[in-house]
Design a binder for this molecule. Structure first.
Ligand SMILES: Nc1ncnc2c1ncn2[C@@H]1O[C@H](COP(=O)(O)OP(=O)(O)OP(=O)(O)O)[C@@H](O)[C@H]1O
Length: 263
């Protein structure tokens, strides 16, 4: 039987920007079925790592394999639609007048606006079902531009899931959300994490409190280098987190959720 390729594999990856190293010797592997949290201070290279994982950047040295395809040896135009990316840069490209349903539906054909393609009733029903499942059915008919930050993030997540990606990448989805918005998003991600049909997930976040229950792996980055990577109980510890942020930190876990403070 052929073995299933890893969802994401970085091997000795360096990424230089204007000859400045941004990532150095980064190595980790996300297997199918795994859910990873990526943590690190501002500027440590988290977004850059997602840009490689989504095929928008190529490594300067080393190898990146996405869904079994090696960057530099594959047509990224065919690869990118298989990778779902939730990031603020996508939100900025959407027309504020589109309804929640239209924003979600537009993903079915990889477009930013729904009228560039024909949609059928099944597309519309599926888009609405994704919003309903998240508990955000009330956004279906509202213009995207008037939605709250929390509602927008849920619509963007539903939009990304609409395209049925084989790998799901999230770049700080809880940034700017209030406590309620954050908890609803974390709950939605926890239910995705528990869904065996959901794709592998890589979530970039600044806060351990935003790691949903069921996330089983962590990658800690400091100044472009891996401090720890692997199963979450080993990679995410007070020592590794302290080394990552250059602070003495205490880390707690309760009911599958994490919390952290300086000591
Ligand atoms: N286009 C670019 N040209 C030059 N340097 C860049 C470019 N994009 C990012 N960088 C630099 O690369 C480093 C890593 O940036 P990146 O956005 O990946 O960090 P991050 O960990 O996501 O940060 P944050 O938590 O603040 O979002 C930073 O020092 C940044 O200034």
């Amino acid at each position: 039987m052929p073995s299933v390729p890893a969802a994401l594999r970085f091997d000795a990856v360096d990424l230089d920007r204007v000859s400045t190293p941004v990532l150095r010797q980064v190595a980790f592997t996300v297997e199918v079925g795994e859910r990873w949290a990526v943590l690190g201070p501002n500027g440590s290279g988290k977004t850059t790592l997602l840009e490689l994982a989504s095929g928008y950047l190529h490594p300067t040295r080393g190898t990146v394999e996405v869904l079994g395809e090696r960057l530099g040896r594959t047509d990224v135009r065919a690869l990118r639609p298989r990778v779902g990316l939730v990031s603020s840069s996508v939100a900025k490209m959407l027309q504020p007048g589109l309804t929640g349903t239209e924003v979600v539906m537009s993903a079915a054909h990889g477009a930013l606006e729904p009228w560039w393609h024909r949609y059928d009733d099944r597309d519309r029903a599926r888009a609405r079902a994704l919003l309903e499942t998240a508990g955000f059915g009330h956004t279906a008919e509202r213009p995207f531009g008037v939605l709250s930050e929390g509602e927008r993030q849920q619509v963007l997540l539903a939009r990304t899931l609409m395209a049925e990606p084989d790998l799901l990448l999230l770049d700080e989805p809880a940034a700017g959300l209030d406590l309620g918005g954050r908890e609803k998003l974390v709950a939605r991600l926890a239910s995705l994490a528990a869904d065996p049909g959901a794709p592998p997930i890589v979530l970039v976040t600044h806060h351990v409190e935003e790691i949903p229950g069921g996330f089983d792996h962590a990658l800690l980055l400091r100044a472009g280098e891996v401090v720890a990577a692997g199963p979450i109980a080993e990679a995410l510890r007070a020592e590794t987190l302290s080394a990552t942020f250059g602070l003495r930190l205490a880390l707690d876990r309760s009911d599958g959720r994490w919390s952290c403070r300086a000591v």
